[in-house]
Design a protein. Sequence first.
Lengths: 135, 376
Amino acid sequence: MAGSEGFVEADNAEAIITRIEHKTLKIETLLKQFKPVEALKTALEGTYAMTSDERCKSAHWIVVHRAIMAIKDVDGMLSSLDPEYYDILMKYLYRGLSTGDRPTCDQCLRIHEKLTERAGHGCILRFLTDTVNTV
Amino acid sequence: MAVTSIHPFAQCITCHAWSPDQSMVAFCPNNNEAHIYRLVEDKWEKVHVLQKHDQVISGIDWSARSNRIVTASHDRNSYVWNLEGSEWVPTLVILRLNRAALCVQWSPKENKFAVGSGAKTVCICYYEQENNWWVSKLIRKRHDSSVTSVSWHPNNILLATTSTDGKCRVFSTFIKGVDAKDSKKSTSSDLKFGELIVQLDLSSSWTFGVKWSPSGNTLAYVGHNSMIYFVDDVGPSPLAQNVVFRDLPLRDVLFVSEKTVIGVGFDCNPMVFTADERGVWGFVRYLGERKIVSSGSRYGSQFSEAFGKFYGQSKQGGSNDAVETSRTRGAVHDNCINSIMPLGERGILTKRFSTSGLDGKIVLWDLENEHDLLEL
């Protein structure tokens, strides 16, 4: 029983990785067209269906990281980003901050400030308290 | 503004409750006593001190018809207080807990009361005439963590609980000999004691402050993740909604009508939530003063304000104005609000209510002049 479940999980993970690869291509195209906000939206989409699989999480983070780093106009980005993405973006910002990488942290902090202004402390609270759907 | 009066009673208030005619208020000033104050010619006068518990009283409830007070404390016991002559006489209720009692509420018929505890159990207590004794019956092995709040359905049988395991549950508390079988609709009295009706797993963090709407059709509770949950059709297939809000989490809620909920909590300012004609819940506004809109330069000053507050507190009150943060300036409470109680006639619509919190104030509110809210 446990074996078959493990198999399904692995199968699932493969499927997700494939989807993430497709996503990466799409994001690269969007970035080339100077559409960083569209790229970020694409990156954040579907992250709700996250598995507990660490490999998938890392793959997803690489995609989101790529999109986050391409953002120049933070205010403009947040204006055109749907509020439903705020919570998930906050989660990725904290993941970015946890890397300790200087440019990543700089960018994440910059977005974090603006995002907190918009989405409030509630958004941070939802990141802190959610121990199930981590990114 | 909806505030009618502010009464600073103590350093900190853990819980409060009103006498049936609302001339007296009982509260715990964060110690092992419950104080009862009466309003005499516009001045609050301390009339009784209920002194029997060994540790902090965490819950208090005053029954509306039978005029009895029940207290629950971290010392793992409850007392039922009866007014005999001019003295409040306590009766010990042995809850059979090995952890603190955290909350208490009388059932609508006032023949039972429920205590939530840190022992992952709920006690349903009822009076046994022949032994002159309050018996505690436990609902065990249903909660995975502390029970933070309990709420009775108007039918006197169903009990909703919230817990730090993130779930909200509804139980049957039917007790043979206490609850009459024929007086209720067959659905609720067929259920055995302790039967789990529904378990709502909507929050990934602690949950608090569960309440039923006046009709018992809707259930509301809050999560520690700055979300509030509304559940309709509580039963096999519940309809749940969650509302995200931008500020700090809530601790307690109150239905002022079927479609309006007041939430209080760490944001020190009551929030109003309403359901529109389609039944979709949403945040409307704050009840206290409007907050100062955040500006870009706010973050730097917030730290120094917090720092100032930290040092200001050692002076215990005094000139508090200088150290109040911009977030709470102009607000009525200046610390977390942990309890909200209805006032006036209990009916379909509650216009008046009171809040108490860690700042030791009891604040009375009236929605009479809040026309935008009463129209809903």
